[in-house]
Design a protein around this ligand. Structure first.
Ligand code: PXP
Length: 247
């Protein structure tokens, strides 16, 4: 199982004072040294954290895999084609939201996605779509030629009762198995932390987790290197344990 570290909130801290520090590029270097398999950043339409200059410098710095999260818009497609991240993850975006609130409704914008996905792929960029653990949406992702899906784990992460946690976990398991059977690479993320990541990391059909807020929050107290190493350890241990138990 791979771990992608989202560095957006280093830019959020910087923007709190509209200054020059901390530099998300420094976070990229440290996360890479600590064992991150890839780096994720989200260039939002309102540039509330990562900006175009950050993205360009992060591109130059990342030697593993850069996953650029972006809304499916002409502006973002143009930027992605110029920056050439290894992966783009298409996410829904609302100006007023604090963070991404759910998966993309692929059905609603299918013709537009069918137009931009081949263009991105032709430019050598893999296309991932952030979706809820919903079989209909995953089927659409396979039909429109996406390479991967990233399952939205936010509802699981926010679940309050154990019955709700189990219910959401089950939806994610079923969705991951369906995605893999449909030939898609399956990632997951949103709202995962050092506690709730355990059960998601045990799902063998999921091949990658993308985590930001919880790693940056822990890093503010214990340092980024330790925060990344601790998450890598949990994710890889749980995955390997689950692999052994499945044999
Ligand atoms: N995956 C996607 C598609 C996201 O939009 C985000 C948030 O930027 C994340 C993962 C990371 O979520 P979190 O910051 O809650 O770990």
């Amino acid at each position: 199982m791979r771990l992608g570290v989202n560095v957006d909130h280093y830019a959020t801290i910087r923007q709190a004072r509209r200054t020059y520090e901390p530099d998300p590029v420094a976070a990229v270097i440290l996360a890479d040294l600590a064992g991150a398999d890839g780096i994720v950043c989200h260039l939002r339409e309102d540039r509330r954290h990562i900006n175009d200059n950050d993205l360009a410098r992060i591109r130059q710095t990342v030697k593993s895999v850069l996953n650029m999260e972006m809304a499916p818009t002409d502006e973002m497609v143009k930027i992605a084609m110029a920056v050439k991240p290894e992966i783009v993850t298409l996410v829904p975006e609302k100006r007023e939201e604090v963070t991404t609130e759910g998966g993309l409704n692929v059905t609603n914008i299918k013709p537009y996605l069918q137009e931009i996905i081949p263009r991105l792929k032709q430019a050598g960029i893999q296309v991932s779509v952030f979706v809820d653990p919903d079989i209909r949406q995953i089927k659409e992702c396979a039909l429109i030629g996406a390479d991967s899906i990233e399952l939205h784990t936010g509802t699981y992460s926010n679940a309050k009762s154990s019955a709700q946690v189990l219910d959401e976990l089950n939806k994610i398991k079923v969705a991951a198995a369906f995605g893999k059977k449909s030939g898609l690479f399956v990632a997951a993320g949103h709202g995962l932390n050092y506690h709730n990541v355990k059960y998601i990391a045990q799902i063998l059909d999921i091949e990658e987790l993308n985590i930001g807020h919880s790693i940056v929050a822990r890093a503010s107290l214990v340092g980024l290197e330790r925060a990344v190493k601790e998450m890598v350890e949990i994710v890889k241990n749980e995955y390997n344990l689950s692999l052994i138990m499945s044999r």
